[in-house]
Write a protein that binds this ligand. Structure first.
Ligand SMILES: NC(=O)c1ccc[n+]([C@@H]2O[C@H](COP(=O)([O-])OP(=O)(O)OC[C@H]3O[C@@H](n4cnc5c(N)ncnc54)[C@H](OP(=O)(O)O)[C@@H]3O)[C@@H](O)[C@H]2O)c1
Length: 246
């Protein structure tokens, strides 16, 4: 390990803005429990609660947030000592990493309120999807521009990675840390440090990260019968499919 980082926690290095250096310095086998990150979820529904549980189990500190954090008591109690709940503002302030897991229609207002703070994070992990019948005009715009580029246009400078978008929430717990070929997670992003950090977080809960390209590839990371990367695939399958996409 790089000597500069031996005596520093992952959090301290992230606070100094060194996500790429940190990830380069730490082997993927490092135990999260020994060097936990603070992960904030914005949204704690089906997807947010499942991913939060897995990262908490891996040793990270999780703060779940929604518009109604008082309703998250049972979730926090079930996840245990690594979990807490708060308002979105509290979670954004807490997180080294912020994970967005809300209906896409909520994103522009969230960015208006928290965009500056989000843009300062080492990683904004966008699990959300524009679904037109649910998200209306925002969904239409994000589909037209591509989900990754759309979010980047709202938050210039933010270190955005899309991941876990097209894997159903019921597939997470049964496939995390499975034996044999791991379940692949297609992901995309333009910031090398953020992509490396997101890859580490994917690996730590027992999935295989597969970077399929920059944020422009975010238009393919959406669930649906017309989206070949949607659903459960091994890393090898994802690479094969991604090679056919532009
Ligand atoms: N379900 C899946 O299998 C799956 C898989 C991959 C990706 N996704 C995507 O992930 C996102 C979340 O999906 P989900 O299935 O987890 O949805 P969900 O179960 O309906 O949960 C949505 C969460 O977002 C919160 N929320 C909504 N508006 C908010 C706002 N303005 N500020 C803060 N929190 C807000 C909700 O809590 P309050 O209403 O209390 O605020 C709730 O906790 C969606 O974009 C979805 O397309 C879902």
């Amino acid at each position: 390990m790089n000597k500069r980082f031996q005596s520093r926690s992952r959090r301290e290095v992230l606070m100094m803005g060194g996500a790429a250096a940190l990830v380069a310095a730490l082997p993927f086998s490092v135990n999260a429990a020994a060097a936990p990150l603070r992960i904030a979820t914005v949204g704690a529904g089906k997807m947010g609660s499942e991913l939060g549980k897995l990262w908490a189990k891996a040793g990270h500190k999780i703060m779940f947030s929604t518009r109604h954090p008082e309703e998250l008591k049972d979730l926090v109690a079930g996840v245990g000592a690594n979990a807490s709940a708060g308002t979105v503002a509290q979670a954004v302030a807490f997180g080294d990493v912020v994970v967005l897991l809300v209906p896409y229609g909520a994103i522009p207002d969230l960015v208006k309120e928290h965009g500056k703070a989000l843009a300062a994070k080492a990683l904004v992990l966008d699990v959300s999807n524009p679904i037109v019948p649910r998200d209306g005009e925002v969904g239409t715009q994000a589909r037209a521009m591509g989900a990754g580029l759309y979010l980047a246009s709202l938050m210039p400078g933010a270190k955005i990675v899309r991941a876990f978008n097209a894997i159903g929430y019921t597939s997470l717990a049964p496939n995390a840390n499975r034996t044999g070929d791991l379940l692949g997670v297609p992901m995309c992003g333009d910031d090398a440090g953020a992509v490396a950090l997101a890859s580490m977080l994917v690996r730590e809960i027992g999935f295989e990260p597969v970077v399929v390209g920059g944020l422009a590839m975010g238009k393919h990371l959406i669930p649906g019968a017309d989206m070949p990367l949607s659903g459960n695939h091994t890393a090898a399958e994802i690479r094969q499919i991604a090679a056919t996409l532009k």
